[in-house]
Design a protein around this ligand. Structure first.
Ligand SMILES: *Cc1c(COP(=O)(O)O)cnc(C)c1O
Length: 445
């Protein structure tokens, strides 16, 4: 049976309950071999990907609105990435860039220099994970400024290593009983329009934050302000217009470096190459990972040449950073983003999904806010008529989506945000189908 737009109905995509027997069997083995601290949102045994679909070992087709947490935006696999990886693997898999260099690493850095905001002279260094990139951005900022303090925001997420745990806001599950944490990390309020006082402007929210920076830390002690232009794990919080600009201006005035963590927002996710572009902000340093390499582990710090080059030779690096297979994947991913015009695709996803979600919010008092940009969209659930988070409602909606074969994620300090991160290449009909499932799940509440 097919629907009006020619796609299969969701009911027909599933051949077993979710999780099916093969997935349940894998879960049993996993429970005996894998540490309990590494869970999965949806324990289905993944067999294949596709443009917006994941197929499990039982033959169920799930609609993917997660992209492996904003990673496989260009496809899973993007055909060009699969080819580039195969070609590179057949020539050499590793040399360590710090032992003997190769062209693809340099080319990725050239691309990063071109694509990131600002036309100043830039340099980049490549790493393996987002957390590693953030750690290095902080190292570089401290070294270049000779200052120690780093300012981060409420609800921020920057990773799970020791320094990045300190930079991350949320205790459970990220920090709980993992201390002591790195010193000289200072947290200030984020602009969070849904939870800020009614009518607070971006400029006012920025003044609230920068006043704390000046009074509690002292501008001359601050190496860097580290911010996600749109917060990811913290709840897809989009700051009020003008907030980022005002924070950036304050940083420039006081010799504080602005580090934009675009690990989740970067690489066309928000409808532009980088989310800072929506606010016309040019950060001094920018961290990237996730969407950069089509699923291969790669991350980068890109920044002003004089800041990046302040660090002595040997001060930055790592055995695997900028691995040639990951670099080949990144170049193919960037090429796919250009040729398939995936920033524009993210804008189309925003228009189509917001139309449906805004209409849903109209008739659903439990939806406090619909927000986001591009293919990074969210609904925050509250008790009707209040801003009190409704975590249980959110969990029920997510579970109902999973049971109907739509992979969604939740996020937020209060766990009350349903987030949508579809691959940028998702076909319209699949997105439609997934949104219908979400509408039903929310209506069933
Ligand atoms: C995911 C994420 C990180 C951490 O990246 P990993 O590759 O998981 O280490 C850092 N910052 C932001 C904004 C992220 O979304």
């Amino acid at each position: 049976m097919t629907t009006a737009h020619g796609g299969k109905q969701t009911g027909n995509r599933l051949v077993t309950g979710i999780p099916g027997p093969q997935s349940a069997a894998l879960q049993q083995r996993r429970d005996r071999a894998v540490a309990a601290g590494v869970p999965s949102v949806l324990p289905v045994a993944t067999e294949r990907g596709g443009d917006g679909l994941l197929v499990d070992a039982d033959g169920n087709e799930l609609i993917d609105l997660a992209s492996g947490i904003a990673v496989t935006g260009a496809g899973n696999p993007a055909p060009a990435v699969a080819d580039a990886v195969a070609e590179q693997v057949s020539r050499f898999t590793h040399s360590c860039f710090m032992v003997t260099p190769y062209e693809s690493y340099v080319r990725v850095c050239e691309e990063l220099g071109e694509l990131t905001p600002g036309d100043h002279e830039k340099r980049s260094a490549l790493f393996n994970s987002g957390a590693e990139a953030v750690e290095n951005a902080v190292k570089i900022a401290r070294h270049a400024t000779g200052r120690q303090a780093v300012v981060v925001f409420d609800h921020a997420y920057h990773g799970r290593t020791n320094l990045t745990m300190a930079l991350t806001a949320k205790n459970m599950p990220y920090k709980h009983r993992f201390g002591p944490f790195a010193p000289e990390v200072h947290r200030v309020p984020m602009s969070y329009p849904f939870r800020d006082p009614e009518g607070m402007t971006g400029q006012q929210a920025a003044a609230r934050a920068t006043t704390q920076m000046a009074k509690h830390v002292g501008a001359e002690n601050i190496a860097a302000v580290l911010i996600e232009p749109i917060q990811g794990e913290g709840g897809f919080v989009v700051p009020a217009p003008g907030f980022l600009r005002a924070v950036a201006d304050w940083c420039a005035e006081h010799g504080v470096l602005l580090i934009a963590d675009e690990i989740q927002t970067g690489f066309c996710r928000t409808g532009a190459w980088f989310a800072c572009e929506h606010e016309d902000v040019v950060p001094d340093l920018i961290t990237t990972a996730k969407g950069i390499a089509g699923g291969l582990p790669l991350a980068a710090v890109t920044g002003r040449a004089e800041v990046m080059n302040a660090v002595h030779a040997g001060g930055l690096g790592g055995t695997y950073g900028g691995n040639p297979v990951a670099c080949a994947a990144a170049l193919a991913t960037i090429e796919t983003m250009r040729t398939r015009e995936l920033a524009a695709a993210a804008q189309r996803i925003e228009r189509e999904a917001l139309r449906r979600l805004d209409a849903l919010a109209e008739r659903t008092p439990a939806i406090g806010e619909v927000r986001g940009r591009g293919a990074m969209l969210a609904m925050e659930f509250v008790r009707p008529g209040t801003t009190e988070p409704d975590t249980e409602f959110t969990a029920r909606v997510a579970t109902a989506c999973h049971e109907a074969g739509v992979l969604v994620l939740t996020c937020g300090t209060y766990g009350n945000v349903l987030r949508l991160l579809p691959p940028l290449v998702i076909p319209d009909a699949l997105l439609d189908e997934a949104l219908s499932v979400i509408e039903h799940a929310v209506a069933a509440g």
